[in-house]
Ligand binder design. Structure first.
Ligand SMILES: Cc1ncc(COP(=O)(O)O)c(C=O)c1O
Length: 433
């Protein structure tokens, strides 16, 4: 344990503790890792945008599913307390409610990039002049690799096919009007718009309905990578007329490393026999699956995109987490998120004012989720996060070369976590002379 240091700023710890008493969140439902440095027993965990914490309920739920296998063997498919054959359906309702979709539009399966590829098989169909894929220049690299490989798969040059939208010079985030402006001007060349709902690097929340409307008006298909949006901001994918979306469950959905991901396909595409799709035995309708016929009969639901029988032990943690979201509700979480992130922003304003640090996340709470990204003016982001962790017990997330991301997650983060992050940053980064 380090000796307490006098705060090098005017941050008020007692106020943080008072706010926690007034607005406690749901930390008791999670395991918080112990601190690896500093003067508090638990870590100030602000990396839930990278990997969410483990819900306390997950272990027992997982053990119950394992136990069914031990007791029942193959009979667990029908006789387990939660039978494995229809197990994935337990996740459908809660996932659909979380993203604002119909149950027929939502399924949990595979991992995120795999799902993006499966969806692009159906929804990236370049033809004639309309070949381009629009992403953001700061797209997560996996998305960039995925769309470039899709272009190559269609015999197209990825450098010409993939359009990377950049913020204006001197700005850090994309303006909605620049995205919609591009689509109005060049939309007849665009086959697919595939953007991050919340940008992984800057934390910017895109105007999903406005961009979706502009893309569709231009005749393009509009899909969203919601890895950083799901469980972070309210979503209404059906009403926003989004064509398709995919997300992972290991960040804000707290379902564990590499957890199963989610998919949305809008109702208007369901049952469309003209859509190409890769299939397996879980793509055929459940009622006749075991007739073992050579030709599939896909249902008119998103389950037609399923391929393999679902991994039950991977589904358990997603089910447990989705049940939490269902119980607490996204509207309440968003309210707390606005309070918590607004508080962290005020603290960071104090710390960054006289240090070579800049918050690059939009200041408008409606244009962001819970993450605030700080650009550091000198040194390495990875080195800084190492010091935050080992000297102060604050776990943040570095994106080299110069971004440190702090995400106070409304389910389990506290005002005191935010205070500790700001305090640690102030103690670690010297005031500019
Ligand atoms: C925005 C975004 N897209 C895609 C991925 C890749 O996800 P996966 O490895 O689960 O396919 C990530 C991973 O963090 C991400 O943040």
């Amino acid at each position: 344990m380090n000796a307490p240091h006098p705060p090098p700023h005017g941050l008020d710890e007692a106020q943080a503790l008072r706010l926690d008493a007034e607005d406690p969140g749901h930390r008791d439902l999670f395991h918080v890792p112990p601190a690896d440095g500093g003067r508090y027993p638990d870590a100030a965990y602000l990396a839930g945008n990278s990997l969410g914490l483990q819900p306390r309920a997950t272990r027992d739920e997982l053990l119950a599913d394992l136990d069914a296998w031990r007791r029942l063997g193959v009979e667990g498919h029908l006789e387990a307390e939660r039978p494995w054959l229809p197990y994935h359906e337990l996740l459908t309702g809660p996932a659909a409610r979380l993203v604002g979709a119909l149950p027929s539009e939502t399924v949990v399966m595979n991992s995120l990039t795999v799902n993006l590829h499966l969806l692009m098989v159906s929804f990236y169909r370049p033809s004639g002049r309309r070949t381009r894929i629009v992403i953001e220049d700061s797209a997560f690299p996996s998305d960039s690799y995925a769309v470039r490989s899709q272009a190559r798969f269609h015999g197209l040059d990825p450098d010409e096919t993939v359009v990377r939208l950049r913020p204006r010079p001197g700005e850090d985030t994309l303006r909605t009007e620049d995205v919609t402006g591009y689509l109005a001007a060049e939309g007849d060349r665009v086959a697919l718009v595939l953007l991050g709902g919340v940008n992984y690097l800057t934390g910017e929340l895109m105007d999903i309905p406005a961009v979706t409307a502009a893309g569709r008006a231009a005749g393009a298909v509009v899909g969203w990578d919601l890895a950083h949006a799901v469980g972070n901001v309210p979503l209404a994918l059906h009403d926003w007329d989004v064509d398709f979306a995919a997300w992972c469950s290991y960040k804000y959905l707290n379902s564990g490393p590499g957890a199963l991901a989610g998919v949305f396909v809008h109702e208007r595409h369901l049952g469309d026999p003209s859509l190409p799709r890769f299939e397996g035995w879980w793509s055929t309708e459940a009622a006749t699956r075991f007739e073992m016929t050579p030709v599939s009969r896909p249902p008119a639901t998103v389950e037609a995109w399923q391929i393999s029988n679902p991994p039950i032990f991977a589904m358990g943690p997603v089910r447990t987490s989705l049940e939490l979201f269902d119980r607490i509700g996204m509207p309440a979480l968003r309210e707390r998120s606005l309070r918590l992130t607004g508080y962290l922003e005020r603290l960071l304003d104090e710390v960054t004012a006289d240090r070579p640090l800049t918050v690059v996340t939009p200041r408008d709470p409606q244009r962001r989720g819970c993450q605030l990204s700080v650009r550091i003016g000198a040194g390495s982001a990875a080195e800084l996060t190492k010091r935050l962790r080992h000297e102060h017990g604050v776990i943040a997330d570095a994106r080299e070369p110069d971004i440190v991301r702090f995400a106070p997650v409304p389910l389990y983060s506290t005002y005191h976590d935010c205070w500790r992050a700001a305090d640690a940053l102030a103690a670690t980064v010297a005031v500019a002379r």
